[in-house]
Write a protein that binds this ligand. Structure first.
Ligand code: KG4
Ligand code: ZN
Length: 343
């Protein structure tokens, strides 16, 4: 099974992507098409997203297969993101994959989008396998997990309101920057002075203890409100810098709590916000200080950190080898529970 050919399809939000993966990490073909129609609206418009996936998915799959030099009939299995995400967008990928799997008589694997983000760094780095503490930071989710083994996920903390990427996107909008806001806020922050104003670190206090319910949880909506207030008086670059510093401080501090409590010095960063160079650098610095030579930080390149079909293909391969294949009733689920998640 080491050279299994898996096609991975992603259409849960505003990227249409397909990848052909041979074995564990040989990416033969990979195409990611980001929809830019949403920029005008300052956020993803579900109906526009679904229609856009529908109009390009055939071509995206064709291009990935062409790059890989394989035909549909050569595939051993198909994997598709079946949730969570925008239901209309998910259904485009799931319907396509169900029809193709049926026509080709190949197994189909439904993949949880956030579990797929965990599989991305390992495509580029063979050491990025469990055990690790994972911080998953995307536009819709913020999850802190202890991953002892693939398929075994212990939930340590999650956001109680906005996701980390959502906070970046809302701050971008407040500062008049385009959607998706993360990279724009990061760039502007680089031009500002984070010391000129201090923003709150929501849900992060010294007196919290490991048993407390807010020890690992996150909250970003208050930070966004503080940014809105600061933006009326301070220069935008300084506001962006102070926001970036506060958000990164909270994300790193909670991850290091998990490292201390679990004794696991290996950390994996996943999701679109993992592209943030400031977050990576601060995580590396403080993890090194906490764990010394044992410290390991895994993250994918920006292309594989944001939504893509390659991570879906690798996650699908794992489930395929375990026999977790879809039955005929399989469909998309906008609120799909994280498989193997326990508290
Ligand atoms: O994982 P992803 O591509 O899609 C979802 O599953 O949501 O994550 C997208 C999120 C967006 O909120 C975007 O603003 C954020 O990731 N993002 C960043 C950066 N690049 C993307 N946030 C902060 N800094 C970045 N460099
Ligand atoms: Zn994502």
């Amino acid at each position: 099974m080491s050279d299994t050919l898996v096609l991975g399809i992603e259409s849960s939000c505003d990227e249409t992507s397909a990848a052909v993966l041979r074995g564990e990490r040989e990416l033969l073909g990979h195409v990611i098409l980001s929809q830019d129609a949403h920029e005008l609206w300052g956020g993803v418009v579900p109906e526009i997203a679904a229609r856009a996936h529908l109009s390009v998915l055939d071509d995206v799959v064709d291009a990935a297969l062409r790059d890989a030099g394989v035909r549909l009939g050569d595939l051993d299995a198909l994997g598709v993101t079946s949730g969570p995400g925008l239901i209309g967008a998910l259904l485009v990928g799931v319907s396509w994959a169900k029809a193709a799997a049926f026509a080709l008589d190949r197994p189909l694997v439904g993949v949880h989008h956030m579990e797929a983000h965990l599989f991305a760094p390992g495509i580029e780095d063979p050491e990025a396998d469990p055990p690790f503490v994972a911080l998953l930071v995307s536009g819709g989710h913020t999850l802190l997990l202890m991953v002892e083994a693939w398929g075994d996920y212990r939930l340590l903390g999650e956001t109680r309101d906005d996701a980390a990427g959502e906070a970046y996107d809302k701050v971008a909008r407040l500062l008049g920057l385009p959607y998706p806001g993360g990279p724009h806020v990061e760039r502007l922050a680089g031009e500002g002075d984070p010391e000129r104003l201090r923003l709150p670190r929501p849900m992060l206090r010294r007196d919290q203890a490991p048993g407390d319910t807010d020890y690992y949880d996150f909250s970003f909506s208050g930070l966004k409100t503080a940014v809105a207030a600061a933006a009326t008086e301070a220069p935008p670059a300084d506001v962006a810098a102070a926001f970036q510093e506060a958000a990164v401080d909270v994300l790193v501090a909670k991850t290091l709590r998990a490292v201390a409590q679990t004794g696991c010095p290996r950390v994996l960063l996943g999701g679109g916000v993992a592209s943030n160079a400031g977050l990576r650098a601060e995580m590396r610095r403080r993890l090194g200080r906490a764990a010394g030579d044992d410290a390991r930080l895994f993250h994918a390149s920006p292309r594989l950190s944001s939504d893509n079909g390659a991570m879906v293909a690798r996650a699908a391969r794992f489930h395929l080898l375990r026999g977790d294949v879809a039955d005929p009733a399989f469909s998309a689920d906008a609120a799909l529970p994280f498989p193997g998640l326990r508290s």
